[in-house]
Design a protein around this ligand. Structure first.
Ligand code: AVJ
Length: 335
């Protein structure tokens, strides 16, 4: 057979799958770059789950909340719907409601008619996403004073003077407390207690230990939305530290670690590869992982014990009929 006189045409496209992304300058602060670099260079590579939330990450998390497998949001919403009036009786109206990780503010908003806070203070690391949501919310509830705070509260924070001091209610739904280890969670809640004042309280959502098949599916859904959410962190890291992560080279892994009572999420290298960023690089063997998130699960009793160690007395616990999720109201134990 005669060979073609023409050589094969090589298509050079920025979208070709075998073209690793071009590195861009780092956009993160020096502290953020140092934090991410240290995690990537650690023997067991890891990153903080807060880096899952850029603009797209926040939207993907919203999509996760719609998935049939992801029961926490729906189950918690069911508890609020069934027991919201009871919660309002226990907590009272006119509080200073500080919403930690507010996101689209939908959960707090669903409680406004019953809880009628005097001031609403949504806090979220994804500032633009938050600002948009609060603008819409203020129009719907013109009588509630709203002060949005775009900050990372995961390592402690100070509230500005614009936040009222009386009857502070920290609202921490969605089982986001699960991102902390039990020791970190205790320290974090102690910090809230210090910021809450003697008449302060906490309304918190906690995911409960259940059948591991249910847990695994919630973090590895059939549509692959959670996989996209996890993998999107690599795009975010490219932006923050000027790295050249190639998303196609990585795979989502999520499973319940019963010994640690936590869901673990990882990103696993599909082949041996090297990642380079502004002032560092790391080789990953095929199958090597970056640990991106922990989501701890508790029993009702274990979490009540944790609250006590943090200086909170549990006032009331509401659950769904299957006992998959708990919403807990706790009060500051005064010194
Ligand atoms: C926002 C931390 C509560 O742990 O269930 C969802 C994040 N990660 N699917 C959780 C998450 C993967 C979520 N929290």
């Amino acid at each position: 057979m005669q060979m073609s006189r023409f050589s094969a045409i090589r298509v050079v496209s920025p979208y070709a799958s075998n073209t690793p992304p071009q590195r861009q300058p780092a956009n993160g602060s020096a502290a953020v770059i140092a934090e991410i670099s240290a995690g990537l260079l650690a023997p067991d590579a890891h990153t903080s789950p807060k880096f899952l939330y850029d603009g797209l990450g926040s939207k993907l998390f919203e999509a996760i909340c719609e998935l049939p497998e992801y029961y926490p949001t729906r189950t918690e919403a069911g508890i609020f719907a069934a027991h919201g009036a009871d919660m309002a009786r226990a907590i009272g109206t006119g509080t200073t409601m500080i919403d930690l990780g507010a996101g689209n503010c939908a959960k707090a908003a669903s409680l406004f008619p019953l809880l009628q806070p005097a001031q609403y203070v949504p806090v979220d690391i994804s500032r633009d996403f938050l600002t948009e949501a609060v603008g819409r919310l203020q129009q719907r509830f013109p009588h509630i004073e709203m002060t949005a705070l775009g900050l990372d509260f995961s390592s402690g924070f100070e509230l500005p003077d614009s936040v009222r001091h009386s009857r502070r209610l920290f609202f921490y739904p969605g089982s986001s407390i699960g991102n902390f280890s039990p020791e970190q969670a205790t320290a974090f809640l102690r910090g809230l207690r210090a910021n809450a004042g003697a008449d302060g309280g906490l309304l918190i959502g906690v995911d409960l230990i259940k059948d591991s098949g249910v847990l695994d599916a919630a973090y590895d859904d059939a549509l692959g939305v959670t996989a996209a959410f996890n993998l999107n962190m690599l795009r975010h890291l490219n932006h923050l530290i000027g790295a050249d992560f190639d998303v196609g080279q990585w795979q989502h892994r999520a499973f319940f670690n019963a010994a640690e009572s936590r869901i673990e999420m990882h990103l696993e290298a599909r082949s041996a590869l090297t990642v380079r960023w502004d002032d560092g690089e790391r080789h990953f063997a095929r199958g090597e992982r970056i640990h991106t998130e922990d989501s701890y699960k508790y029993t009702r009793q274990s979490f009540v014990g944790l609250l006590e160690r943090a200086g909170f007395a549990t006032a009331q616990v509401w659950t769904d009929p299957a006992n998959w999720f708990a919403v807990i109201h706790a009060r500051v134990i005064p010194d």
